[in-house]
Design a protein around this ligand. Structure first.
Ligand code: FDA
Ligand code: NAP
Length: 447
């Protein structure tokens, strides 16, 4: 039986990963620092996972963060935020021991715990197990149609509509597989690694392969080597060897908040220089410590006359043929031969595509302006530029590498970016327009 409900928010966040969690904090702190709680924008975040989770399938033991703990959800925007990593350490009773560790880079497990701790502060403003399936303009006849958008929200079999004056899209990276390769119970992408691995009987994994030469590939190769002492482990890498992630201080400045302005207001030539010189701070690269660890293992095996860790360099995967439990991988090697490898499981750590909001925007996308290369035009405050029909602010957290640079998909600039978005939302807030009409909830209301 349907019930009547009306849900209208100043801000609706799509996805509740670190980006929108950081935005929730920025909006919350605006209310507490500003002229009074009443001025705080109302916000609701929808997250399709059943609970908070940050790349859970890659929470491998001992893997570490690739940014300093100070680049947390809030500190760079508000060093005295109660949602900073140091507050979390204090609350969990580990501040002193953490400091004794003398390490800027916590494990991913610990950072995940920090994110969960912060997310727990917003249970009243987030709906888990809830997916946003579409955004649209209200019917033109409705009052103030231009100041709102409608979002279709699905939870289980129930669908309902909510209204938003601003939307923050933060749906994350999209796993990328080589063309023609389908995922199944033995062919995995790294983003589903621990889940798929957990469904296997490890003793049956006698030959496994990992494709790619990025951080994910190196970490999974090492994990297989640890977890499957009986198995042959193949690492299929397109380069001659793993390349190191440049995290030296001068290069690391590309992740500074100030670099966003340099990129955004720069010339095509300066933007191109960011990518030409500094792609190796993040893509297809591996932390020095992991590279050295893998090399040491491989050398140690050679000394001991073993040989179960194999690096197939200058090699790419051409095809994967599946039949029952059998998986045959055709390789394209440097010698132009196409050797084949039979494996019990293969992991494609072949990276991700950037967030792309087009599908979610649906028909609304035709109101969004595009540049000469067909990419979305985005204002400095991360708002999609649209034709005047759209009065609602649609903000992107991710998918802005072409306009805002390398930090677009990363954590480094989250706190500052979320602050800029929150300020923009608050700054644009006009007198509330006429409210949209009551809507009938299609199925049972969700919590
Ligand atoms: P994220 O992908 O984290 O969150 C998006 C959320 O949206 C997801 O929870 C998803 O379920 C939800 N969602 C998607 N569509 C939805 C819909 N239609 N409706 C509702 N919910 C929806 N960067 C860095 O700077 N330092 C680091 O150490 C790392 N480490 C790292 C490890 C691994 C294994 C990966 C793959 C990536 C990193 N990164 C990183 C980069 C990574 O992009 C970054 O850490 C954050 O995940 C970005 O946070 P977001 O919230 O933008 O996306
Ligand atoms: P990535 O850096 O994009 O690396 C993908 C790799 O796959 C590249 O080496 C790519 O080679 C290779 N590849 C693509 N297609 C291939 C094919 N057909 N055959 C062989 N190789 C192929 O992706 P990632 O390692 O998943 O990293 C993504 C992001 O997550 C990065 O920001 C990274 O820092 C982050 N991450 C962080 C952690 C951590 O915090 N500990 C862990 C994992 C990942 P080309 O270069 O030739 O395309």
């Amino acid at each position: 039986m349907g019930t009547f409900a009306r849900e209208i928010y100043d801000v609706v966040g799509i996805g509740f990963g670190p980006s929108n969690l950081s935005l929730a904090i920025a909006l919350d702190e605006y209310g507490s620092e500003g002229p009074g709680r009443r001025s705080q924008p109302s916000a609701m975040f929808f997250e399709r996972q059943p609970s908070f989770g940050w790349h859970r399938n890659m929470l491998l033991p001992a893997t570490t963060m690739q940014i300093s703990f100070m680049k947390d959800l809030a500190t760079f925007r508000n060093p005295v935020s109660r949602f900073g990593f140091v507050s979390y350490l204090h609350a969990s009773g580990r501040l002193t021991r953490f400091v004794n560790n003398q390490d800027f880079f916590p494990t991913r497990q610990e950072f995940h715990q920090y994110l969960e701790w912060a997310a727990a502060g917003f249970t009243d403003r987030v709906r888990y197990g809830t997916e946003v399936t579409g955004i649209r303009l209200p019917a033109a006849t409705e009052a103030a149609a231009e100041a709102y958008v409608e979002l279709e929200v699905r939870s289980g079999s129930a669908t309902r509509v909510v209204f938003a004056r601003n939307v923050a899209i933060s749906t994350g990276l999209v796993p990328r597989m080589p063309e023609g390769v389908q995922r199944d119970e033995r062919v995995w992408h790294s983003s589903e690694f621990l889940d798929k691995y957990g469904r296997m009987n490890p003793s049956e994994l006698k030959t496994v392969a990992v494709v790619g030469a990025g951080q994910s590939a190196a970490e999974i190769t090492r994990y297989f080597h640890d977890e499957l002492p009986h198995a042959q482990v193949y690492s299929i890498i397109p380069s001659y060897g793993y390349c190191v992630a440049d995290d030296t201080p001068f290069a690391n400045q590309v992740f500074d908040p100030g670099a966003v302005d340099t990129y955004y207001f720069g010339t095509d030539r300066s933007r191109e220089a960011f990518w030409r010189y500094h792609r190796n701070t993040n893509y297809s690269v591996v932390d020095d410590e992991v590279i050295r660890d893998l090399y040491r293992r491989s050398y140690d095996e050679e000394v001991r006359g073993l040989g179960r860790l194999h690096f197939l360099n200058l090699t790419r995967v051409a095809r994967v043929k599946r039949a029952g439990d059998e998986t045959r991988v055709s390789l394209l090697s440097s010698t132009d031969e196409t050797p084949e490898l039979d494996v019990d499981a293969i992991v494609f750590a072949t990276g991700y595509d950037a967030m792309e909001p087009t599908a979610l925007l649906g028909d609304l996308d035709r109101y969004c302006l595009r540049d000469e290369m067909g990419r979305h035009r985005v204002a400095r405050d991360y708002r999609l530029l649209t034709t005047p029909e759209v009065g609602c602010g649609i903000y992107l957290q991710g998918g802005t590498e072409h306009t805002h640079g390398l930090t677009s998909s990363l954590l480094s600039n989250l706190a500052v970016r979320s602050g800029e978005i929150a300020e923009s939302i608050i700054g644009r807030r006009a007198e509330p327009a006429a409210e949209p009409p009551l809507r009938r909830v299609v199925a049972a209301e969700t919590g």
